[in-house]
Design a protein around this ligand. Structure first.
Ligand SMILES: Nc1ncnc2c1ncn2[C@@H]1O[C@H](COP(=O)(O)OP(=O)(O)OP(=O)(O)O)[C@@H](O)[C@H]1O
Ligand SMILES: Cc1ncsc1CCO
Ligand SMILES: [Mg+2]
Length: 266
């Protein structure tokens, strides 16, 4: 499986898919840079007047509700409809699910458009499935990935989405197959938007890899391994941000396969 995941990393580099992002103000720059670093091509576009054109030229869509408002939310709904009509894969990042009624109402409607993938931290996935027993603390997670497993399974069953719960262990839940990725570094939680970057990378991988669980697994594996290697070379969140971009860009097959720790059980 390590070799297959690396092949997917290579496929993104070779095919350089154009990925449309409707994302938040905080991470727009970081996620565009993360996409470029892995060899994909980002475009940040939420204007209503160009959504049809974007849908025509982009191979996948990222919807991230981090700093939502009515204009942006209308763009998200429309872009999701267009992706559905074109049979184009898209990924939803439910930033801050459970933190406000507005977020939850918006997310409920987005889920009805059946995202190909949903990626959030454990609190967000639990809030999304309305199975949360702990409140979401803003945009950071207060729960462990394992607690959100049932929530992920219920979202997968109900909407057909592959669900990724990120955290100390990243869990990828598909209809027939699950994957656990034991990489990353706790320092990654001290840089804003690395979850959003992971979601953006998922957007690139689902554009070019048909097996959705493997696509998500490869994106999360790349993020985790690069995060871990970058953290080892960093003195804090500032240098981690820079080192991570460099590692996403220059990681080798040997670094990837020797560091990667995946399993099919927790
Ligand atoms: N405790 C941890 N140990 C190792 N890696 C971690 C840990 N927590 C998060 N990560 C890694 O950090 C990345 C971001 O995941 P995280 O769960 O923090 O996203 P998030 O909460 O949505 O972040 P944000 O909303 O700021 O984008 C993932 O690659 C994940 O594997
Ligand atoms: C801090 C923050 N607030 C809204 S979006 C965002 C970036 C992390 O998701
Ligand atoms: Mg997040």
């Amino acid at each position: 499986m390590e070799k297959q995941l690396w092949d997917h990393v290579q496929t993104v580099r070779q095919q350089s898919p154009l990925v449309q992002n409707i994302t938040n103000f905080v991470v727009m720059n970081n996620t565009a840079n993360a996409l470029l670093a892995v060899g994909a091509s980002p475009i940040m576009a939420h204007g209503h007047a160009e959504l049809d054109d974007m849908s025509r030229i982009c191979r996948s869509l990222v919807v991230n509700i981090g700093t939502l408002d009515d204009y942006w939310v209308a763009a998200m709904f429309r872009a999701a409809v267009l992706a559905g009509e074109a049979g184009k894969p898209w990924v939803l990042d439910p930033v801050g699910a459970g933190a406000s009624g507005y977020r939850d109402t918006t997310l409920r409607e987005l889920l009805e458009h059946r995202p190909t993938v949903v990626r959030g931290n454990a609190s967000e996935i639990m809030a999304l499935a309305k199975a949360n027993t702990k409140a979401t603390k803003g945009v950071d997670s207060t729960a462990a990935s394992s607690e959100a497993l049932d929530a992920a399974r219920s979202i997968c069953q109900r909407y057909g989405s592959v669900v990724c719960i990120s955290g100390a262990v990243d869990v990828v839940v598909g209809p027939a197959q699950s994957m656990y990725i034991h990489n990353g570094d706790p320092l990654m939680t001290k840089v804003t938007g690395l979850g959003c970057s992971a979601t953006a990378l998922i957007g690139a991988f689902i554009a070019v890899v048909d097996n959705r669980v493997e696509a998500v697994g490869a994106a999360m594996a790349l993020m985790g391994v690069c995060g871990e290697l970058a953290a080892a070379a960093s003195s804090g969140p500032g240098s981690l941000q820079v080192n991570l971009l460099d590692k996403l860009y220059n990681i080798t097959e040997e670094e990837f396969t020797t560091r990667l720790r995946i399993s099919h059980e927790a």
